[in-house]
Design a protein around this ligand. Structure first.
Ligand code: SF4
Length: 311
């Protein structure tokens, strides 16, 4: 059994075991973040559309979820910005109605939250994790390299409006890039912006896997301590577990996983409930065949797919 729009499950610190649903083609986004683990954005857009067939995504979800695998979340994420897909709300409602054992999460950059239809779709998720890395246009431009028509203040207003009416759990994720958005001035501005987003929990992220730009660095520990103080960052979430995945070639499943998210051998072993040696055996021919490369990072050796899925 092969899957085009569903991938994982992916172990997540905050969501436990999460099945990914990718509603856009690689790499379709309204931003081109310097730290993006999917690589550079090739389709920079603000247009909502049916980037992948809604029917196909629903069929794959039913196929994966019908046997009742042990999962915590079904999460919209993957090769770009999920809210660009106009069927997001429909797919979320389908999962909730047909597979009520699973929670629905949305990972979004919130850039389209100024639109009421996007806010309505996002509100279908039990958990929304929205990223917000900048409070000033200059830093927004440097870190997120947005579509030229995007207005940061409009986007923040949309996120604040969403937060005010949202019944689920909202997280705001701030990704810190050393020397860019970790200055005292930007952190204070971010802290002020966060006061406009009620009930949101704040989480700080830094690079721990290969990103788009090699110059992206993690801020120094003393800066991170100041960040905690200013932005009240907290982390939580159940530890990652394991779930038997669907059938299909193991190499293909690994490729589908690391195309969206570079991973270590340990990440893959945890996600697929396999022995580390078995994971290495599956990865070896992929590396030798040139479809996967290995990159050394502080957290270990990451496996990254060289070729993106076809657009
Ligand atoms: S990190 Fe997210 S928002 Fe930024 S370019 Fe990548 S997919 Fe888009």
């Amino acid at each position: 059994m092969t899957f085009e729009y569903v991938f994982g499950p992916v172990p997540s610190r905050r969501l436990g075991l999460s099945l990914g649903v990718d509603l856009v083609r690689h790499k379709t986004c309204s931003l081109n973040c310097v730290y993006c683990e999917c690589g550079p954005t090739t389709r920079l857009t603000l247009e909502r559309g049916e980037y992948v067939p809604t029917k196909g995504a629903l069929e794959e979800l039913d196929r994966f979820l019908s046997p009742g695998p042990q999962l915590d979340f079904v999460t919209f994420s993957g090769s770009g910005e999920p809210t660009l897909h106009q069927g997001l709300g429909q797919v979320a409602r389908h999962v909730k109605a047909r597979h009520p054992a699973y929670q629905v999460a949305l990972l979004t950059n919130a850039t389209l939250f100024s639109r009421p239809d996007v806010r309505e779709d996002a509100a279908e998720a039990h958990v929304v994790m929205a990223s917000l890395d900048a409070a000033t246009p200059g830093v927004f431009s440097t870190v997120n390299r947005p579509h030229p028509a995007l207005d940061l203040e409009e986007m923040i207003r949309g996120l604040a409006e969403f937060a005010a009416g949202y019944q689920g759990e909202l997280w705001v994720e701030v990704f810190l890039v050393a020397g860019v958005n970790d200055t005292e001035a930007e952190l204070c501005a971010l802290a002020r912006v966060l006061t406009r987003i009620p009930h949101a929990r704040v989480v700080i992220n830094t690079l721990d896997r290969p990103g788009s730009e090699p110059w992206v660095e993690v801020p120094e520990p003393r800066v991170l301590a100041r960040v905690q103080e200013l932005l009240c960052a907290r982390t939580l979430g159940p530890p990652a577990g394991k779930v038997p995945g669907p059938g299909g070639g193991e190499g293909e499943r690994f490729l589908a996983f690391i195309r969206r998210r570079p991973a270590t051998v340990e990440d893959l072993a945890r996600a697929h409930g396999m022995e580390i040696e078995k994971v290495r055996d599956i990865l070896r021919p992929l590396v030798e065949g040139g479809s996967v490369v290995m990159e050394e990072r502080a957290r270990g050796v990451f496996y990254r797919a060289l070729n993106a899925p076809a657009s």
